[in-house]
Structures are given as C-alpha cells and as structure tokens.
Design a protein around this ligand. Structure first.
Ligand SMILES: Nc1ncnc2c1ncn2[C@@H]1O[C@H](COP(=O)(O)OP(=O)(O)OP(=O)(O)O)[C@@H](O)[C@H]1O
Ligand SMILES: [Mg+2]
Length: 582
C-alpha cells in the first residue's frame, strides 16, 4: 500500500524509473521501491517525475513506493576519508565487505567515514572570532596529513560562540556558532555544486609526474586538465596508476569508472600494498579510491565522478595539491547515452545526448588552482582517460573533452604494438601549459629549459619528414647531417620518450634527472654534428659506442657518476674519430 508521503512507481526501464504522487525537486535524492534503492530526480514532467537509480533495479516493480529524502546527492566529508575505498555513492567497500561479503545488498546505507573513530582536535579559532563557510577552524591528524576542519560551506558570516579542543568522533559537537548551529568534525557536502574558494590562480606550477614524456614534452599544470585518450590496451590505466604513484600531488583521488572488474581489482589489490616513495608509508594513506566497475549500475558512474571531484575539492580547500584520475570518462558518457535513450530524448552525435558537452565541461571546469577561503593555495588536477572505440579520436567524447582539456596525451595503438611505452604519440599530443610553466622550469630546473625542449621537438618533427624519404630511398641516400639527426632522434625516442613503468628505477624519473638525460643526448648531438662537419664518416658516428650507455644512466638509481663517465667516454670517442679523419 502506498502511503500519503509516499509516491508510486509507474514505470521501470533499467536504471530509469518513472514515479508520481509526491512533491520533488530536480536533483532530490529519493528512495525507490520496497528495498529503498538510492536514486536522483533528473526530470520533472507534468504528472510524473523521472529518477536515475544508482543501484540495480532488477526486482523493482510498478506500484512500489518512492519516498523523498529532500536532500541532494552529497558526500560526508571529514577526517577518515583517506585510505578509503568507496563505491560510486561513497559507501565504504571494505566496511560493507566485512559486514556482508563481496555482494553488497541493495538499499544499504553506510557512512562514508567511520562514526566511531576518535580524533584529537586542535582549534585554530576562539570564541568571538568571525568566521565564514569553508574557513579552517582547527585541525586533526589524519595519517601524515594535517586534516583541516572547515566550516560547512552554506554558513554565511557567523561568530564562534564556543569551541573545544579534545578527542571527538566525527558526530560529536566540538563547538557552536552564535546563530545556534553546532560544529562537528564532519559535515555533508553536495556533490553537484562546486565548492567555494576565494580566487582562481594561474596554472603556473607543473604537476610533476616522474614520467619524462609527460613532464618534458607535454606537461600538465597543477590545477590543469589532461585528456588521455587511447585505444584498447594502449596504456591509459598504467599511465593513471603511475601518475597516482609518482606525481608530486599531496592527495590522490582515483575513480575507476565503468572499467572491467579485473582492472579495478588490480588497483584495489595493488594500492593497499604500495609504499609512498616520499614518506616510506603506505600509499593509501594519501589516497581515496572509488571503484565503480562495469558490472555495477550505470547511473552510479556519474555519481562516482562527482563524488570523486567533490572529495578532491575538499582536500584542495585544505591547501593541498590533489590529483584526480578518472578511468574512463567514456564509460560515464556511455551511461549518459543509455539513460538518455531510455528517456527517449532526441539523440545527438553518435547517440550521445546533446548535453554531453555541457556535462563534460561542467565536470572538468572544477579542476583548478585556487586560493582557499582561508587564504591558502590548493589545486585539483584532473586526468581523464577516454576510450574511443577503435582509437578514433574524432568521436564525440574525445572531441568534447579536448574542448576543455589543455593537455592532450594521445596514446597510439601502433606505438603500443611496437612495445614503445609510453605509447604517447609525440607529434599528435600537445600541452597548452608550456607558456604558463616556462618561468617555473627556468627558475627551478634549467635556465635554458624552454629552448632545449623546443630543440628536441623540432628534431622529432624533422625526423618525421626524413622518415618519409627514408622509406622511399633508404637512409644511405640522405646527406650526413640528416643521418646524424636520425641517429639523435633514435636516441631521443628510445632513451627519453620510452620509459618502462615496471622497471625498478626507471618507473620514476625526477625532473632533474630528465634534464640531465636531455643534456646528455644534446651533448651527443653536438659531438656528432661537429664530427660530421669535420668530415668524420657517418658510419663511424653511428658505430660509436658510448651512446648505448645512456640507458645505463637512466636505469641507475645513483646515476650521476655513470653520467659523468658516459660523457667522458663520448668525448674521447669523438676526439679520436676527429683525429682519425684529420
Ligand atoms: N610505460 C609502460 N611501461 C611498460 N608497459 C606498459 C607501459 N604502458 C603500457 N604498458 C603495457 O600495456 C599494457 C596495457 O596497458 P593498460 O592496461 O594501461 O591499457 P589501457 O589503455 O588501460 O587499456 P583498456 O582500454 O583495456 O583499459 C599494460 O598491461 C602493460 O603491459
Ligand atoms: Mg584501462
């Protein structure tokens, strides 16, 4: 029997449910059916409304009840988020698994953060202080991270009435405001509205990834957006994982969205064992994982992306640099397509809804480097994997992502087939951050950084042209100076661009080491070019041996002594060649 404050389901179509009989507003969270599955109102018609349901609707039938929670989709924020593994609607998978095994019952409610754990709270404000929403009012220690406790964002201007230091759970009252509102360590945060900040800052600091091709040729700024499109098996997941492990982000939010269960299992089983290279502590202590695999309900893919970006913003607002990975945004777009078609909306390009582009840009626009409400600096960098069918980058999801992403990391099936990893196509990829990062690299890495990168990019472009000729008539017909270029670019490709994500040492290459390797390759270029101009036969240049030791440099932990040796060897080799020809 449907009661007074209950609506009634009139139609069920996969994750889309139509109901009537209660007042709802757009984006209200409702409970659907006898099992009280979680859903969100996405359309209101004259006599009914449409809900997208975040859980499996298999057994839900017309006639069953619908109730309104009168609140929007939100997450619980506060200490205890780090180290968590969530499903798409912030239900903690580890906790649920302990309670009910690996199959989560439907309609289950579970808190996103422990309600029992106690935290030592140190206030940073005192009674009488004027405060606003989003402002930091104190701290607790969450692993090695100083977790800044912030006032809920809805608070306008208010005054602290009481505030107490001591040990609290996230639900206990730690203080009060003059307006009567109680302050706790945790609060609810809507996921659809971006969190407030003071001002947006320029993207002038790179997110160092520890991966040469990304850091040197196509850098992403902290607060920037990178699109990572690639065909099946080209390295999207490995890239996201490597950046999660090795980048200099303080906090990582990793969203596995609609990917195969086994890929996510890898992440779920690997991450808890990873050791943070910077602290020697478990990597999970600065990571939040959100797992929403392909066998989970499609509507929850969208929720998982929004939950992810909101948690990322929450740590940004504490003054941290956060990197958020979404693997893969195409699965989210496919969910939009499925829901849109069940709603019988007018399909746009390739069946995706016309609002695909708006949805993607609204999401990516939440990346940024900001000054927080407390005057600190924080950032959210978003790296979105895209899985275009057949690796065709002209499809709508890739194209609409490119409109908002300033970094385009184009993975290439041919390179992956050849086992050239990272299989980033260096001619198709680009970064629009070079200019805004120039000063940083100049100051912190090398005075001449910009010129060196441009020089190498030019060599690679030249190689592309020369290869066309080589394919027609062979390399022997090229003049010696052009054969030198081909030899140099071969080294650039093999030693600089290629990087084995699984090699003990080369999995992580700090920017200064990248710079030293670049200098070494350019040194070879200088020696070879000069020798060639002095009449040394190109075959002798190609046969020189010291250059093969560049890989030894990149694969050595303590590489500086090797680097010096190799340099000296190169010099000796070329000196004797020049002598031979003079
Ligand atoms: N930098 C790298 N070093 C070594 N191996 C790599 C590297 N990048 C990719 N690979 C290899 O490529 C394989 C496929 O990569 P990955 O799983 O990341 O592809 P994907 O683009 O996520 O594929 P899918 O579309 O199936 O999700 C990896 O298992 C690994 O063997
Ligand atoms: Mg993958």
């Amino acid at each position: 029997m449907v009661k007074k404050n209950e609506g009634e389901i009139i139609r069920v179509s996969g994750p889309v449910v139509e109901a009537r009989g209660i007042d709802v507003q757009m984006a209200d969270i409702v409970r659907v059916g006898e099992e009280e599955l979680m859903g969100e109102v996405i359309r209101i018609d004259e006599n009914s409304f449409i809900i997208q349901v975040y859980e499996d609707t298999t057994s839900v039938k017309p006639g069953e009840k619908v109730t309104n929670t009168n609140s929007a989709l939100s997450v619980e924020v506060g200490p205890g988020l780090l180290g968590s593994i969530y499903d798409g609607i912030q239900r903690p998978l580890q906790v649920l698994e302990e309670e009910m095994g690996i199959f989560i019952k439907r309609g289950v409610d579970a808190h996103g953060i422990s309600q029992e754990k106690e935290w030592e709270f140190t206030p940073l404000v005192k009674s009488g202080d004027t405060v606003v929403g989003g402002q930091v009012i104190g701290t607790v220690q969450e692993f090695d991270v100083v977790h800044k406790i912030m006032l809920p964002q809805h608070i306008e201007e208010d005054t602290i009435k009481t505030i107490t230091s001591g040990t609290f759970t996230v639900t206990q009252v730690i203080g009060t405001l003059e307006s009567g509102e109680e302050i706790k360590l945790s609060h609810k945060q809507s996921v659809r509205t971006p969190r407030k900040y003071n001002t947006k800052l320029a993207p002038s600091i790179p997110l160092s990834t520890g991966q040469r091709i990304y850091d040197v040729f196509f850098p992403v700024a902290k607060g920037g957006v990178a699109a990572l499109p690639g065909p099946f098996g080209a390295g999207k997941t490995v890239t996201q994982q490597s950046i999660a492990k090795w980048s200099d982000a303080d906090i990582v939010v990793y969203v596995g969205c609609g990917e195969r269960g086994n890929e996510m299992t890898e992440v779920l089983s690997e991450f808890p064992h990873l050791v943070d290279p910077k602290t020697g502590k478990p990597m999970m202590e600065r990571t939040i994982l959100i797992a929403n695999t392909s066998n989970m309900p499609v509507a929850a893919r969208e929720a998982s992306v929004y939950v992810g970006i909101t948690l990322a913003e929450y740590y940004r607002d504490q003054g941290y640099n956060v990197a958020m990975m979404a693997d893969s945004t195409s699965r989210w777009a496919e969910a939009m397509r499925e829901i849109s078609s069940r709603l019988e909306e007018m399909p746009g390009e390739e069946g995706y809804p016309a609002y695909l582009s708006t949805k993607l840009s609204n999401f990516y626009e939440r990346a940024g480097r900001v000054q927080t409400m407390s005057g600190e600096e924080g950032s959210v960098t978003v790296i979105g994997a895209v899985s275009p069918a057949g690796g065709d980058f002209s499809e709508p999801v890739t194209q609409n992502t490119l409109r908002v992403a300033k970094c385009f990391w184009a993975l290439d099936a041919k390179l992956a087939e050849k086992r050239h990893y990272w299989s980033i196509n260096w001619l198709k990829s680009y970064s629009l951050y070079h200019e805004s990062l120039r000063e940083y690299f100049k100051k912190n890495v090398d005075e001449n950084w910009g010129n060196k990168v441009t020089q190498m990019m030019k060599l690679l472009q030249e190689e592309e042209k020369l290869m066309e000729i080589v394919q027609l008539v062979g390399s022997d017909s090229l003049p010696a100076n052009q054969q030198v270029i081909l030899e140099v670019t071969r080294i650039v490709r093999e030693e600089l661009l290629q990087q084995n994500a699984f090699h003990e040492v080369d999995k992580y290459c700090p920017i200064h080491k990248s710079n030293d390797l670049i200098d070494l390759v350019l040194y070879f270029n200088e020696l070879a070019t000069s020798a060639s101009s002095k009449g040394v036969d190109i075959q002798d240049i190609i046969a020189s041996k010291a250059k093969y030791r560049i890989s030894e440099v990149k694969n050595s932990e303590d590489y500086k002594p090797v680097l010096e040796e190799v340099k000296e060897e190169m010099k000796k080799e070329f000196d004797s060649l020049i002598k031979k020809y003079s």
